[in-house]
Design a protein around this ligand. Structure first.
Ligand code: ZN
Length: 290
């Protein structure tokens, strides 16, 4: 069924709300540089596409994309195309949107987040949601990127036929990268796979090798001493907005497999949320006497 909020009529939204058992999902990402080889919208493209795909397996309502994730875009060194708003505005906007969703009768709201930099903000947001009386719950589902390590573990456990999209060369590549403990973080193999699986025409693997995704190690003396600095020192360590080894050989087959695996995982999270009878009860108990 059509599960996107914007594609419903008022009447149809009520039908969808029943089918979704009151669950509404907000895809969340950001707009930032992903090396020279992936698009600026990498995170929100993943969140949007996967949230919708999963909703086709397990029906929930998919709210329009929340694209303004938490990034440091106001620095003069921020690359072209980087966009964000202040954290204060983000928190306010998220809260107002959740209030609006709740007024429309969706009492379980999940933020499906595909930007690592949003995690701290969202953890704080969930805590602030307890500062006022509410009749709905908000939770977060973080993206899980299965290529190459999750896929390698699956192949080792269940055999290569457990991921039918892959050919023998793909399997070999994934196992090799896993054995070599390839570093995957930002714009590396894992995200390249998703974008190759969703919109391959926006990926430019021929731009690999020009800017490194290696960690410069400049802040290690601080972390070794147990000192945590802003963003874990990420901005200093990865000035190319690329963190990880080059995703050489990643391709559309691997991408399609990664997208399917993640969509199934997220669909299961939707199912658990739809069937859950505790979250609203616990909220009620917490708020008793307010
Ligand atoms: Zn990303």
């Amino acid at each position: 069924m059509e599960t996107r909020w914007l594609y419903q009529t008022s009447e149809k939204l009520a039908e969808l709300r029943d089918a979704a058992k009151g669950v509404c999902v907000i895809p969340m990402g950001c707009v930032e540089k992903h090396g020279l080889h992936l698009p600026l919208g990498t995170d929100i493209i993943q969140a949007s596409h996967l949230a919708y795909m999963a909703s086709q397996i397990e029906n929930v309502c998919v709210f329009p994309d929340f694209i303004f994730g938490d990034i440091q875009s106001k620095s003069p060194s921020a690359p072209l195309g980087t966009v964000s708003v202040s954290a204060e505005l983000e928190l306010l906007l998220l809260e107002e949107l959740c209030e609006a969703i709740s007024r429309n009768g969706f009492k379980k709201i999940a933020i499906y987040n595909a930007h690592g930099g949003n995690k701290a903000l969202l953890a704080h947001f969930l805590r602030t949601m307890y500062s006022k009386k509410r009749d709905y719950v908000v939770c977060v589902i973080d993206v899980d990127l299965p290529a190459p390590h999750g896929m390698a573990e699956k192949i080792e456990k269940f055999g290569k036929d457990s991921i039918p999209e892959l050919n023998d060369e793909d399997v070999e590549l994934i196992l090799k990268y896993h054995t070599e403990n390839m570093h995957t973080d930002h714009a590396s193999f894992d995200e390249a796979a998703f974008i190759l699986g969703i919109c391959p025409e926006t990926v430019h693997l021929d731009r690999l090798g020009i800017e490194t995704g290696k960690n410069f190690g400049k802040t290690k003396y601080l972390s070794d001493a147990g000192i945590y600095i802003a963003n874990g020192g990420w901005d200093v360590e990865y000035p190319n907005w690329f963190a990880g080894d080059d995703p050489v050989g990643c391709n559309e087959r691997i991408g399609k497999a990664a997208v399917r695996i993640e969509a199934e995982r997220v669909a299961n999270a939707y199912k658990v949320l739809k069937e859950d009878e505790n979250l609203l009860k616990w909220l009620d108990e917490y708020q008793q006497g307010w």
